[in-house]
Design a protein around this ligand. Sequence first.
Ligand code: FES
Length: 115
Amino acid sequence: MTAPITRVRVLPHPELCAEGLSFEARQGRKLVDELLAHGIAIEHACEKVCACATCHVHLRSGAEFVAPADEEEEDQLDDAWGLDAQSRLSCCVRVKGTELVIELPRFSRNHAREA
Ligand code: FES
């Protein structure tokens, strides 16, 4: 049996995804894994265990489908660059619902390394 599918739309980002991207993601998978699998080189410095905040994204649409951030995620998010009310750590979000719209932050907390 194939897993249910969610449409993921990634808004254009100058380095990671200049044209934007839309793809079908498997529900239940970590959002960060689906982004990586579709060619978005999002950072994941702690190897996806909610300990670094480099996998920060803005969930512009679809937040109602996914489980809200827990305390651990909220703590890490405090260190994210460009934090806003729609900020999530993509290693903590499990894909769900009909559509998720993702905006990648201009920088991550590791951005000094990119120079
Ligand atoms: S990869 Fe480190 S918090 Fe998500």
